[in-house]
Write a protein that binds this ligand. Structure first.
Ligand SMILES: [Mg+2]
Length: 118
């Protein structure tokens, strides 16, 4: 079981991801914007993060840049409605482990997380 943080500004999306991750993994934190995500990551050091891109305050890409700069070993999967190639390449270049486009298949999400820990 890994400790997860779900970052998305939409409560319904956080709930949906939580349903997919649990009970196999433990969701230890949720955040609704990039700033909060950085704060909570520093506090709880979750084993992995699902990260939305379009969010208030600090968007997912900005948050990712800061997070990876401080914690290069962070395991992050992007789960975003925005799947433009440019963004995908940017995120992968910053070190994300996977990029999942909404609406997603729950099994696709589970597979992606399992691969983090192989
Ligand atoms: Mg969003």
């Amino acid at each position: 079981m890994a400790r997860a943080m779900i970052v998305d500004d939409a409560a319904i999306m956080r709930m949906c991801l939580k349903d997919i991750l649990e009970p196999e993994h433990q969701v230890v934190a949720e955040a609704g914007d990039g700033e909060k995500a950085l704060e909570v990551y520093a506090e709880l050091k979750p084993d992995f993060v699902t990260l939305d891109i379009t969010m208030p305050k600090l968007n997912g890409i900005e948050a990712l840049e800061k997070l990876i700069a401080e914690y290069p070993e962070a395991k992050v999967i992007i789960v975003s409605a925005v799947g433009q190639k440019q963004l995908v390449f940017q995120a992968l270049g910053l070190g994300v482990k996977d990029f999942i486009v909404k609406p997603f298949d729950p099994d696709r999400v589970r597979q992606s997380i399992n691969r983090l820990f192989e």
